[in-house]
Every structure is written in structure tokens, then in C-alpha cells.
Write a protein that binds this ligand. Sequence first.
Ligand code: ADP
Ligand code: MG
Length: 705
Amino acid sequence: MPDAKTQYANTLDTPIEYLKGVGPQRAKILKLELEITTFGDLLEYYPFRYQDRTKFFRIADISEEDNFVQVKGRIQHIRKVGEGSKMRLEATLEDATGQVKLVWFKRVQWIEKQIQLYQEYIVYGRPSLFGRFFSIPHPEIEATQEATTNNSKLYPIYHSTEKLKRFSLDSKGISQLVKTILHQKIQYNPEAFSDTFCQKNQLIDRVTAYQHIHFPQTYPQLEAARRRLKFEELFFIQIQLLQKKQVRNDKYKGQVFHKTDLLTIFYENHLPFDLTNAQKRVVKEIYRDLKSGNQMNRLLQGDVGSGKTIVAFLSMLLCLSHQAQACMMAPTEILAEQHYNGLKEFADKLDIRIEKLTGSSKAAERRKLHEGLENGEIKILVGTHALIEDKVKFKNLGLCIIDEQHRFGVAQRAKLWDKNKQIPPHILVMTATPIPRTLSMTLYGDLDVSLIDELPAGRKPIRTEHRYDAQRLRVFGFLRKQIQEGRQAYIVYPLIEESEKMDYKNLMDGYESVSRAFPDVPISIVHGKMKAQDKDFEMQRFVKGETKIMVATTVIEVGVNVPNASFMIIENAERFGLAQLHQLRGRVGRGSAQSYCILMSDYKLSREGRKRLETMVKTNNGFEIAEVDMQIRGPGQMSGTQQSGIMKLQIADLAKDGEILKDARQAAQKILTQDPYFQQDENISIKNTLESVKLKQKVNWSDIS
Ligand code: ADP
Ligand code: MG
């Protein structure tokens, strides 16, 4: 066996098989099960919880409410019950207050050899009641002597697997290996941060952090270790994002759009309403980018109804004032259509030629379009991804606005850049899906972010209520009154792929019962199984006000804009996610009348389901809702994060570590401003670590947005 110390400059890079107590076979299993191949990987395999070895339950106090208990006692009986594969091992553990039964159904022979009669043990597990007695199946068990030689009070618990356990790598086995590494002198001090940096940012050093995250003596020690390691993880992601932003700023020039002629004309003569302060601020931010000489890469976040369309249009005018062209790309035909209509209304006032291009545009139309784009007569093009096809060429594309960014891939966006061979167009990404700040700092950390965090004045907040199915008659009564007052309404049914058949049945049953309850009211029904043209026809009837109630699945989630529809009932609301409920609700509240959203559910609700409905009732603010959504589901499940690697964070949690993230980003920004090439002595370790982080990381953080 080669001498690990001489061969690997950095102890942490030493292959795990060279660790005392591992060897080739266990190394293979560690790699297979946990992707651990080096000392460093094992050190970064953190405990998922800690057991407080100073606190014990009295056995007599165990109750059915207890999820997990830790007790200390002596084994009084051991016996095997049953035969062959049905055989189980039972032991009785007794303390001064009572007895509890320990039961094993697996690995009976092996366990039997491990435990000894009359010996004192610390036992941890989930108690359940059998008859009058509590028993703990498959507890974690350890002799008290062993436990006390471990001088830490908080005992680390690691996830293990059946396979690992077969090689004695249960939680205890893993902790033993970690201890072995920590006991070796870590030769090359794997420190990314200088002392000054640590002091400034209130961080402990990394070796101590490793020590304390695995074997903390106290909770404050554990906290400090966690903070240090989380900070480091987030810091190196932010450094990469900010570097990317900086490189792009230095490298990619953008056309300089400083003239405001068209904007002024529009502003003074045609602006249909006063802009909100948020809209004004965002237009200024965009203007600053457009005249800067650098390519704009900006994310515009604004909740449904916050008025992004006018902001998009004003930005286009800045670009048009310089004879350049603008395009807007949307993820679906319905959305493209809607953007087109919204923008055309404004463009017509200035006689600006605007056209639409989608998958269903006819060949003849397309030819004309291509011509108009190439000779520059068409100033604004709105479309689906059809507009990134190679055939679509612009005379001088100056600005691309992309709606709902996360549905487009990197490659598609690259194609947009290519639409202007001389100088890449400015990019404005718009999203109506509010995401928590920690997420946008990570997912869009390399973009500048603008926020429209204010709704136009005079908007009446939608009133949201939660009602149980039993109250349906009253809800329908209220609906009737709304319709009599001339309003229109949506009734939305869930449609989940897994239970599609049942869901369609519910939708149809629902449609029938609504038809029966409102025999004199014209009703539309729209769902995904209808032919596109039938769907369109029904939608149009509702848009024109010919039908008063629209019974639908979530197909109406995006793209329907009927200001007169002020009433929404969402059936089985507990089955929808928060983001979806919020998007759906955004279909009402678009006109001047008071709008209502009624969330119907069964009495039986899961804790999360209830929390979702409560949140919807409590607030209309999309950002607040997104925050709760992330707390419930975790950052990895939020829309837009699936392919991004958020889930692959080793220790930081974007749902909980907002403060640390903010600190880490600030620290990263500061270093990049003061010493962009890491030339100062105290920053050299950052440079080195950054290089090794880039080599190792599974996600390329600088490429995700
Ligand atoms: P979204 O951000 O969802 O795209 P829109 O741009 O479609 O929002 O705007 C929603 C509605 O609000 C539109 O009818 C629009 O004309 C109107 N609107 C936008 N800004 C204002 C404003 N500052 N004052 C009044 N109404 C506004
Ligand atoms: Mg919009």
C-alpha cells in the first residue's frame, strides 16, 4: 500500500481505501452507496441529526405521542421467538421506572451476539404500543461504556443503507471512520479563508468546523461549525455567478440606446394610466442598462397583474428610437397571443408595426414576416420559440424579451443571442412566478434583478375564502348573485396525471351538477382532451361574455384574460400546489369589481394541505406565498429549480439559510471588487479553493441561468 501521506499533497484527496479500517471492499461499497471516494468526501458526509446523550427518557414516561425516545437501562431477558425466516429476537430493557421491549426481525443471529445480558445500554428508537407494553423495533443500541468514551454529548447520526450495514458501516461505523480521519493530523490544512477573512465574516476555521460538525460538544459549537461550512459552500457558488456576470459585462458590448424620443412621445400622449413607482423604477433600471454600452442581462420579476407589459413596451421603445428591432418570446401560443394583443394596443398608437409568429403561422404569412424582419419594416415581433428558428432573421435585433424564462433551455437562449451577428441583443427575462430571494440570488445570481413589487393603485385585493364541500349550496348561492350582477366566473378542477381518469370524471360530474344548478346560465367547458379548435371556440365564447361560467381544468392557468370574470371556485383546492393556486387566482381580480376566490376542500386535510389553503386566504402577495411554498416543499421542488442542482447543495439549505447566503454573497462581491484576480496574499487560498471547487462540482453554477 502506497504511503498516503507522501502521495497526496492534500490529505483530503487521499482515496478512501487508504483509510485505516476501510480497504478495497468497503471503499467500493462507500463509493457505490454514498459516492464517497476520498477522505474529503467522507468528512463532508455530515450527520443528519444528533442525539443528545445527556438526556434520557424514563421508561415509565414513554407515551404514544413520542416519536423517538432515548432510554438507558439494563438488558434483563433475551430470547428468540419463532422459527426460520419468521424468527425474531426480543430483549427486555429495564430502568428504575419500568420495562420496554426491544425487537429485531432482521439480522437476528448477529444482533444476538452483540448484546449481553445485564449490561447497561443506551437505546434510541421509535416506540409503539403492543397490548399494554411498549416495544421498540430495531432500535439503535450502544453499551454505555462505549458511549461515554465518546466524549461528545451530541452524538452524530449518519444515514446508512442496508448494504453498508452488511459491511458494518452503520451510523456508528461511519462515525468511527470519520473519527479516524480527524485523529490523523490533517497535513495540508484545507483552508479556503484567511484568518482576516474568517474574523471579518465571523467564521471558525475549517478543520475545527469539520471536528465540530461531526462531534460537537455543545449546540453553539455545532451552530458555528454549520455556519462556517454553509457559508463556504454558498460563497463559492456566489463567487462563480458574480464572476460570470463580471466577465459578461466586460466582454459583451451592447448597442447603446440612449435616445428617448419615442418613449417621450408615448409617455406624454398615449400612456393610459400613471405608472406605479415600481414600474418607473424598473424602467429607469432598464434604461440605465440600455445606454451603458454593455449587454443587458436583466431579470424582471413581477407578480401577475403587476403590469409587466407596459414596462416591456417602454423598453422596446428605447430600442426602437435607434431604429433597432425588438422581440418577445413566450412559452405557449396562448401567452404569445396575449402578449401580442397587449403590446399591439400600445404599438398601434404610435403606428409601430408589430407582428406575431407562432407554430401555427401559415407559410405564406411567414414569408412576408421574414421579409419584413429582414428589411426592418417590422419593429416588434412577438412569438413562441418559432422565432428562434434559423430562418427568422432580423435587420438589427436590439432587444429580446423572454417571458417565463425557466421553460427555455440554454441552447435556445444562445440562438437568440445569435440573431444579431454584429452585437448581441439586450436580454430582458420576465417572470410572473415569484420566487424567494434566496432562490433568485442563486438561480439568477449572474443576472441583474428588477422587481415590480407593487400593484397598480385602486386594484381591489382578491378576497379568498376556504369552504368545505358541505357549504357548496351557499357558495353556489353567492355565485348566482354575482352572475345576476353581470359578472363571470371560473370553476376549476384539478387534473393530475396519475389520477387523470378519475379527474376527468370529476370534471364532467362537476360540469353536470353546475349545469343542473344553473339551468338558465350559459356555461363553457374547457379541458386538455378537447381539440385545439374546440377549446379555442369555447374560450372565445367566454371571453366575449356569451357564456357566464367557465368550467375548466388548469388549462386556464396561463393566458386567459377576462377582466369581467371576478369569481373563481377552485375544487379540491388541497390538491393544488401553492404556486399553482396563486397562478390560478391571478385569473380574477383583473377588472374594477371586487373579486373572490373560493377554495373548496374536504374536511380531511393533511397538515401541509391546510397550511397551503391558510396561506392563500391570508395573503395575495406572490413573494410571500413563494416563501411559504419553499418552507413546505424545500427549494429543490420549486418550479424552475429541478434541473438547476439546488438539490445538490451539500449542507446549505436555501429555505433556511437566507442570512448566511446574503452574507456570503456580500463577501464575494466585496472580494471581486477589491481584488478581482485574487492577487492579495490573503485571497490566494480563495483562488486555489475556487479552482478545485470548479473541478469537483457536479453542477456548473455559472451555466444554469
Ligand atoms: P402582468 O404583469 O401580469 O403581465 P399586465 O401588464 O398584463 O400584468 O397588466 C395587468 C393589467 O393592469 C392590464 O390591464 C394593464 O393595462 C393594467 N395596468 C398595468 N399597469 C398599470 C398602472 N400603472 N395603472 C393602472 N393599470 C395598470
Ligand atoms: Mg402578462
